[in-house]
Design a protein around this ligand. Sequence first.
Ligand SMILES: [Zn+2]
Length: 336
Amino acid sequence: MKVIEKYNDSLHNPYWKYQLGKEAYEVKDTPQRVESIKKSLHSDERFDFITAKQFPDRLITQLHPYHDYIRNTALTLNNDEEEFYPDLFPGEGAHLKKRDDSPLWGGIWCTDAVTPIKRKTYEVARASAESALTGAELISQGQEKTVYALCRPSGHHAGPRVFGGYCYFNNVATAAQYLLAKGKVAIVDIDYHHGNGTQEFFDDIKSIFTASIHGDPEDEYPYFWGYAEETGKGQAEGTNHNEPLAKGTQLKEYSKALKRILKKIKAFNPAFLIIAAGFDTHETDPIGSFKIRTEDYETIGKQFKSLDLPTLVCQEGGYNTDVLGECVKHFLIGLM
Ligand SMILES: [Zn+2]
């Protein structure tokens, strides 16, 4: 299986810590996450590493109105340690004139103050999206049946209006838009957190089916999205399916929920499948609360394989670097 990587810079390492009631959360999107994955896949000759290609700006800018803001803000930073966070969030209903994309207006482009822009952020986010595009190109040309794009930063919380949640450009949405020229696309998000950005991108587009299986947003990020009643809008009603699951979910319940999603995808009959693959569902993940074991990911991969579709897997979350690489490997082996 081809593994696509590009530019994983040690200088993009956002760190976020907060306390909610009695619970403390800590998220480190470190370069060690990528190292953990590479170490596991390098040791197995079934995986063949290739470098992502460059793609025209247009493929990224057409989806992300905040592209210039991220690029321009990164350019204003003087050193690699500096981080920029906006401090003004005007909110819905504000009179938003077209701005000059000065960092000062950053709050109109993002949902939170935990997704910093650092000097290398634009480069790594761009490379992450280009890894997904390279994978999309390979499956669309029929050269490969299943490919894995080792994306970092993740993308699934970045939407058509705003970015956030450690995501800058939505990698799976960028790949889906590319593939759409050749046929209908189904996207399944298996990260512990609902793929709100991806859902919002395609909420009213009936040729893309989106689904997400995640911790219940009643008490998990992103809180405002990911409920079962979100089923698509207007002409695209019925093309979104959410499976919010309870804390402590184990493989048995998880697989049943996934089966419901796969049944809908079969009925939708897409030409391509994209999996937004996060592994913060693992039983030892520091922020997730599911109880999926390392070897369970192979079973989950096999479930997806039963669809028998050209498949692009894009990396999303997963924060226990002791097991992340092995989780990815088991999942990809299940898909083979
Ligand atoms: Zn996540």
